[in-house]
Structure formats: structure tokens, C-alpha cells
Ligand binder design. Structure first.
Ligand code: A2H
Length: 268
């Protein structure tokens, strides 16, 4: 952890029909899951959204009336940052779920619309490594560039028992990693060209001892490598900034997401 607050981009993902039963009483409202990311430029490659089934989430209201789902801790932070209501005045939406509270379980399989990704809609899926004390407790999934995301998506794609435990269908996990960023030497020139633009997939698949999302130590090593290399040396392969270095356009992409109403700035 560095000194002073970290700046995150909160990505707003709209909950689409059919709405999960917890939203029965707020059908006419705009409901968003909000995810904190350090890599807004990777939203071109989002394939799904992660929640942890056991975490308790809360529904709160933005100044414009949008309903946002996050942990209570982050909802409180948002209110102090004037994202939700007046300073420190968190507005809980009691008509959602059980008195404004719901669990990750209630959100599994929900259909979302997310900004920048090439997919018209994507799904809320379970990941065990989501923490309730960081960001909003909701995480965007970019398996091309995040080893954690790739390992967790691969688990769900391979394991029918895991899917059925959480009521996840094959349809919801059929989204393959999208090549969005070229990272020099990841993969190295000698590797199978199928890994081009898929740095995290290359690292995870190259380590045969990294078998699931539970291999946290190995995932941390891969994560540090792809994160620093991707940020300092990565070049976008898609979108209006195709051919540009991630470092040079990250801020612009963040600003555009904020201007279009698809994202918010958030600190913690
Ligand atoms: B990042 P830091 Cl492509 N629990 O977004 C677990 N992980 C969480 C989280 C939570 N409650 N909230 C946010 N995160 C993840 C994209 C991404 C991220 C890519 C590559 C690396 C990367 C897509 N997932 O993060 O501990 C989110 O994943 C590498 C560090 O606050 C967020 O950015 O430094 C990152 O962790 C924030 O991590």
C-alpha cells in the first residue's frame, strides 16, 4: 500500500432484464453494479463481472436517482466523496432486497451492460478471491490481462460442478479472453502465437502447477509481472487509441468514461 489515497475508476454496469428477484420493487429504476478498477483502459476486454457469493452488499442512491450496488463500506466512502448524496449522507434504498441489503448470491447470473467491451451483455459470476474490504466488493473481469480473472473464469468453464453449485449456465461462461493489449515479451516470440495480446492467459497456462483460482501465491507472481509490464510497456490493439501506449492514453480513456456517465472517480 502506498502513501495517501489510491485513485480508482468506478465502472458502472447496468443491470438488464430479466432483473434478479431482489430488484422486484425497483423495476422502473436504473440499477448499476459499480466495480473499482486501476485499469480503466482494459474495459475493452471485459468478459464478465465478479462478486463473492457470501459478501453482503447494499443498494444506495446517487444524486441523479441511479441505484448503485456496492459494499456498505464503499457506499459510505462514496457519500463522503459526494458521489452519492450530501457529505456523509448515505441514502440506502430500502426497497431493494432485504431492507436495502443483498448478497453476492442474489446477483449471480444477472445480465449486465458494460462500457467499451465488444460484448453486448455479460454476466455476474462468482470469484472466491473478491475481498469485502477493498473497492466496492464488485470486480470487472478482464481475463486477457488479469491472471486472477483468467484463472477464475477458466475454473467456471472447466468445472460443471462449480457452475451448478452457483446456478451458472454454460452460456454465461462462454466468453473467451479478448486480445486488447500487446505486452512486449508476454508472450515471448518463441511462444505459440495464439497467446498474442493475451499476456495473463500466457502466464497462467504456461505454469502447469497453477491449476485454479486458489493458487494465490502463483497468481500474485503472475499478477505483478503482467500488471507492471502491461502498464509501462503495453500497447492497445483495439479502439480509437489502437497502436498507442497504455501509459499515454489511460487517463484519456478514464476521462471519456467519466464524461459519458459510464464511470466515476473514487479514492480509498
Ligand atoms: B483490476 P489494489 Cl486487467 N477484491 O481491474 C479483489 N480484487 C479487487 C477488488 C476486491 N474487492 N476490487 C478491485 N479488485 C481488483 C482490472 C485489472 C486489475 C487488470 C489487471 C490488474 C488489475 C480487471 N480486473 O489489478 O489491491 C481490480 O482488478 C492488479 C492489481 O487496490 C483492481 O484493478 O491495488 C485491483 O484489484 C485493485 O487492486
Amino acid at each position: 500500500e502506498g502513501v495517501g489515497p489510491m485513485e480508482y475508476t468506478l465502472i458502472k454496469m447496468k443491470v438488464l432484464e430479466p432483473l434478479p428477484p431482489v430488484f422486484e420493487k425497483v423495476k422502473d429504476r436504473n440499477i448499476f453494479l459499480v466495480a473499482a478498477t486501476l485499469r480503466p483502459e482494459t474495459m475493452y476486454g471485459q468478459t464478465n463481472c465478479w462478486v463473492k457469493p457470501e459478501i453482503r452488499y447494499m443498494a444506495s442512491e446517487l444524486k441523479n436517482g441511479d441505484i448503485v450496488i456496492s459494499t456498505e463500506r464503499s457506499a459510505r466512502n462514496m457519500s463522503y466523496q459526494l458521489i452519492t448524496a450530501d457529505f456523509g449522507k448515505m441514502v440506502k434504498v430500502d426497497s431493494v432486497g432485504r431492507g436495502g441489503y443483498l448478497t453476492g448470491q442474489d446477483l449471480l447470473g444477472a445480465k449486465l451492460r458494460a462500457p467499451l467491451t465488444s460484448h453486448d451483455h455479460l454476466y455476474v459470476l462468482p470469484m472466491m478471491n473478491v475481498r469485502d474490504d477493498k473497492g466496492t466488493g464488485i470486480v470487472t473481469s478482464v481475463p486477457s490481462d488479469s491472471p486472477d480473472d483468467f484463472a477464475a473464469l477458466r475454473d467456471l468453464q472447466k468445472k460443471e460442478a462449480l457452475r451448478s453449485k452457483y446456478g451458472i449456465t454454460e452460456e454465461m461462461v462462454k466468453y473467451d479472453p479478448i486480445p486488447i493489449i500487446d505486452v512486449p515479451d508476454l508472450p515471448p516470440a518463441s511462444a505459440d502465437p495464439k497467446y498474442q495480446g493475451l499476456a495473463a492467459v500466457f502466464l497462467v497456462e504456461s505454469d502447469k502447477t497453477l491449476v485454479s483460482q486458489n493458487d494465490q501465491e502463483k497468481l500474485t507472481v503472475a499478477k505483478e509481472l503482467v500488471y507492471s509490464k502491461g502498464f509501462y510497456e503495453g500497447v492497445l490493439r483495439v479502439g480509437p487509441y489502437k497502436g498507442k501506449k497504455v501509459q499515454d492514453v489511460k487517463k484519456k480513456i478514464q476521462q471519456e468514461l467519466i464524461q459519458s456517465g459510464d464511470a466515476l472517480l473514487y479514492f480509498e
